[in-house]
Design a protein around this ligand. Structure first.
Ligand code: AP5
Length: 302
């Protein structure tokens, strides 16, 4: 190949990269950016599309390393693009095992885990405005008002890491208004996982739960205690102030009065899973459900 041909090939490759299809999440971002300042941010979007092309290969490598096939993934359309990250909502009663499953999901799918409970507890500890508003509700086991939490989540989902890696919403939406706010903002999930556990089991789980503040790992003093030799971990374990028999009654009331409306908003993508089995058995079903949702998305796009 002479110098002129080499130059032509390089130029052609650059143009192809620049016009790689932009994932649908990025199209939404483009709409948001356009409506903010009135100008078209096409250069930003094109740059994101080009970066996506490089990350595409990494994503394929990532899928293969986890024994998942990339063969069915169609790179020619935005929705079939494996670069389009997976978006998951996990719901269920207090202590149904959402946080426990999220630890495994985020490890497996590389998504950004957004736990509204953790975010609110951090705000309370930091004494921010949101924390001050939320504290009294959380202390009594009640839901924090919609207007306090909705804006935080919508803004957080618009951040780059959520758009590039996908997200895992844990504990949101919890009311009809929260589900509507997500829909109004154009935020949609691939999969809505609902963990089903009877109330009488939940009380025992709540009372025995302990959390390691350094690693965030969740334990249960009967079902999954830390190793006896791990004295440092045992010494620093925390018991949440709302994890009492008295407060869980209020938390369950709040859950039961809202759950039907939330489930109703996600009927088409909902997978109900029996959460009253060992965490590993539940996890297998959770993983299968997410993979099935991804496969369905690919088929729909084909
Ligand atoms: P949040 O922190 O979200 O509490 P929650 O929904 O009550 O859920 P939990 O964190 O208690 O339980 P989990 O389902 O994650 O269970 P886990 O895996 O830890 O919210 C706290 C408060 O914040 C709310 O009350 C409200 O005030 C406010 N808030 C949050 N989001 C809000 C929103 N969107 N709107 C308004 N207010 C909001 O497991 C529990 C225990 O069981 C652990 O000990 C674990 O080891 C054990 N366990 C887990 N799985 C199993 C299993 N399969 N078998 C046996 N044991 C298990």
């Amino acid at each position: 190949m002479n110098n002129l041909s080499t130059l032509l090939v390089v130029a052609l490759a650059s143009v192809t990269m620049a016009f790689t299809p932009v994932p649908s999440t990025h199209v939404r971002l483009q709409q948001q950016l356009t409506s903010t300042d009135g100008s078209s941010p096409s250069c930003v979007i094109l740059e994101m599309g080009s970066r996506g092309a490089t990350k595409w290969e990494k994503k394929k490598e990532w899928l293969r390393s986890r024994g998942m096939s990339d063969e069915d993934l169609d790179e020619s359309t935005p929705t079939g693009n494996p670069m389009t990250p997976v978006n998951i909502i996990i719901a269920g009663a207090p202590a149904s095992g959402k946080g426990t499953q999220c630890e495994i999901i985020k490890e497996e799918f590389g998504v950004v885990h957004l736990s509204t409970g953790d975010m609110l507890r951090a705000a309370v500890t930091a004494g921010t405005d949101v924390g001050v508003q939320a504290k009294e509700f959380m202390d009594s086991g009640k839901l924090v008002p919609d207007e306090v939490i909705i804006g935080i989540i919508i803004d957080r989902l618009a951040e780059t890491d959520c758009k590039e890696q996908g997200w895992l919403l844990d504990g949101f939406p919890r009311t009809a208004a929260q589900a509507k706010a997500l829909a109004d903002a154009g935020v949609s999930a691939d999969c809505f996982i609902f963990l089903d556990v009877p109330d009488e089991i939940l009380v025992e789980r709540v009372v025995g739960r302990r959390t390691d503040p350094e690693t965030g790992k969740i334990y249960h003093m009967t079902f999954s205690p830390p190793s006896e030799e791990d004295t440092e971990v045992i010494a620093r374990l925390e018991h949440r102030s709302d994890d009492t028999e008295e407060k869980v009654v209020v938390r369950l009331e709040q859950f039961h009065s809202n759950v039907a409306a939330v489930k109703g908003s996600y009927e088409e993508i909902m997978v109900a899973i029996d959460g009253n089995r060992s965490p590993s058995v539940v996890s297998e079903e959770v993983m299968d459900s997410i993979k099935a949702a991804l496969a369905k998305r690919t088929q729909t796009a084909a």
